[in-house]
Design a binder for this molecule. Structure first.
Ligand code: NZQ
Ligand code: ZN
Length: 385
């Protein structure tokens, strides 16, 4: 494995009905002025908002609301949140939602403390922010694991880029299975596929000699596959759902990435697709993964064969390593179909978009086993249509 230094700053509260107690324990550690951030209103419809407000009231907080954070949060929304935080002298941010709300707040927390524009600060000046408003996350939609890391994926509409920005780690994250039971099943499946994608994008990075990070990763992937099936069979199965929540966190808490350089080429391509189509992240990944893997597997046949055997249970049965590798990619494609995820962009209502611009603007990652060209990215997108 590569050299690494590991330390982890996020305190995690996990389980059924843990929200009330954990908020009571945490909120009194911070100042009075709280920015309460949430999305388009699901938290109000399902009763989570009322519980959060009473926790904030019990802790004697002054609350400023930052609502309407959209899926695929925009840079303009980040700037709006930063202004609210500054104007109201916010001491603490409580993000209540899925990856979009959680990501948006990471950058609000940094931008509110920074006089420069954070996009230019990070991308033009190559600096990273060091001052933040402290934050806590209450996860209501799992899959991204966004509560566990300090990267945020923000859509800059002017620049036509959906790119990672670096912000703060959350001080604490509340993973209460009861807050996720109202997620639409489509979001449960696409979110969980996102988790599987994070695992795969790590597994196919470098180095690829059998190592502890990859072996733990294989267990997480098998767990996600099993529990997606269990949740589809019985949406009330809280055990399966809570396993998916923890797997989502495990894929992004750094453990699987220790000693590895990650791939994330599928993600870079999907993010740019998101800028042009505002598509669902997990669904976009489901379409791209098997197609992109057909383009790269020849550069990492042993790892793809291991993925087939150890994750999908493909028996060797006299197959060559290349045949095993291909069987693994087929098993992934079959699973995507089985769980009702889209297999073509047309099934996501994407009929016409500027594929050339998407390919041209996609960041080429260093960890992918094959360095793809813009032409090949365009070919992949066309095969996904
Ligand atoms: O906006 P509201 O009304 O709250 O509805 C949301 C939204 O429409 C709804 N929802 C959330 N909790 C719910 C609920 N509906 C009913 N009951 C609940 N309990 O779910 C919808 C999707 O929410 P969103 O936060 O957009 O989904 P997700 O968690 O998949 O986040 C996607 C964003 O995260 C980024 C993606 O690119 C995308 O922008 N990612 C962040 C990552 C990170 N920071 O590590 C990693 C990922 O690879 C990903 O790129
Ligand atoms: Zn993702």
């Amino acid at each position: 494995m590569n050299q690494f230094t590991y330390s982890y700053p996020v305190k995690v509260y996990f389980g059924e009905a843990v929200a009330k107690e954990s908020l009571a324990a945490e909120l009194n550690k911070y100042g009075k002025n709280v920015l309460l951030a949430y999305g388009g209103g699901s938290v109000k419809r399902v009763g989570i908002y009322d519980e959060i407000i009473s926790a904030l009231n019990e802790a004697g907080k002054n609350v400023t609301e930052f609502s309407g954070i959209m899926p695929n949060p925009t840079y303009a929304k980040v700037q709006g949140g930063a202004k609210l935080a500054r104007d109201n002298k916010v001491d603490f941010i409580l993000a209540v939602g899925g990856g979009s709300v959680i990501d948006c707040c990471k950058i609000v927390s940094a931008q509110a403390k920074l006089s420069e524009d954070i996009w230019g600060f990070e991308y033009a000046d190559h600096k990273t922010p060091t001052k933040f408003i402290p934050m806590g996350a209450v996860v209501t939609a799992f899959g991204t694991g966004a509560e566990m890391n300090n990267g945020a994926v923000i859509t800059n509409e002017e620049k036509k880029m959906k790119s990672p920005l670096w912000g703060a780690f959350y001080d604490f994250a509340v993973l209460d299975v009861n807050y996720t039971t109202t997620m639409p099943m489509k979001q449960v499946i696409s979110g969980s596929f996102d988790t599987l994608s994070h695992c795969m994008e790590t597994y196919f990075g470098t180095p690829r000699e059998t190592n502890l990070s990859d072996e733990i990763n294989e267990a997480v992937m098998r767990n996600v596959i099993r529990n997606i099936r269990a949740t589809l069979k019985n949406p009330e199965d809280k055990f399966a759902r809570s396993e998916l929540i923890w797997a989502s966190a495990m894929a992004e808490n750094g453990i699987l990435k220790l000693g590895k350089m990650t791939d994330f080429q599928c993600h870079m391509l999907e993010h740019q697709l998101g800028v042009y189509t505002d598509c669902n992240h997990g669904q976009g990944l489901a379409v791209i993964h098997p197609v992109l893997y057909q383009h790269i597997y020849k550069n990492a046949v042993p790892q793809f064969a291991k993925f087939a055997r150890n994750v999908w249970g493909i028996a060797e049965n006299g197959k060559t390593e290349e045949e095993q590798a291909l069987a693994g990619i087929q098993a992934l494609a079959d699973f995507i179909k089985e769980v009702g995820l889209p297999t073509k962009f047309s099934e996501m209502d994407i009929t016409d978009t500027d594929y050339e611009a998407i390919a041209r603007s996609t960041i080429i990652t260093g960890g992918c086993c094959k360095k793809l060209s813009t032409d090949e990215l365009l070919e992949i997108l066309k095969e996904c249509k």
